[in-house]
Design a protein around this ligand. Structure first.
Ligand code: ADP
Ligand code: MG
Length: 149
């Protein structure tokens, strides 16, 4: 089952991410898709803040992944927009860790994603409105969505 959430502001998106964080579990994988400016990084900010991470979160476009280890759980924030297939970047290594992975532009590495994960597709409606469509893959993610949404 898919779930839909309409965000009417940046604060709505931050709060939604915080609510999902409250249901986190080790090895959680969240895949974010949506055009530039749809709010993928805003979502990561809300999640990171809820984990107690105080760093300023920005898209790790040139590094692929940023690791934050000062929160309640480790956070691996990836942006694979510029991933190069020839690059020996082991995304898979991160999926096997106990921390939480959040991947911007995850659809670009679809064939490398774990089967069990939460896909969130974000659509821009107007200046301040975004529609977020949640597609849980696997029982843990189904339960998470029904608890939060
Ligand atoms: N409801 C909303 N949720 C998230 N961001 C919003 C919303 N409305 C407007 N915005 C704006 O959209 C932009 C989203 O930027 P960002 O999170 O960096 O996008 P992305 O990482 O998807 O490229 C920000 O400038 C933010 O202020
Ligand atoms: Mg971004």
């Amino acid at each position: 089952m898919d779930y839909k959430y309409t965000s009417k502001s940046v604060d709505d998106t931050l709060e939604l991410a915080q609510n999902i964080e409250s249901e986190k579990f080790p090895g959680m994988v969240i895949c974010l898709n949506g055009d530039l400016g749809s709010g993928k990084t805003v979502f990561v900010k809300g999640f990171a803040r809820a984990l107690g991470i105080e760093d300023n979160i920005t898209s790790p476009t040139f590094t692929i992944v940023k690791e934050y280890t000062t929160g309640e759980a480790d956070l691996y924030h990836m942006d694979v927009y510029r991933i190069d297939e020839s690059q020996e970047f082991g995304v898979e290594d991160y999926f096997n860790k106990d921390g939480v992975c959040i991947i911007e532009w995850a659809e670009l590495i679809e064939d490398r994603l774990p089967e069990e994960r939460l896909d969130i597709n974000i659509k821009i409606v107007d200046e301040n409105t975004r529609i977020l469509v949640f597609k849980p893959h696997g029982i843990k993610y189904e339960e998470l969505c029904s608890a939060v949404l």
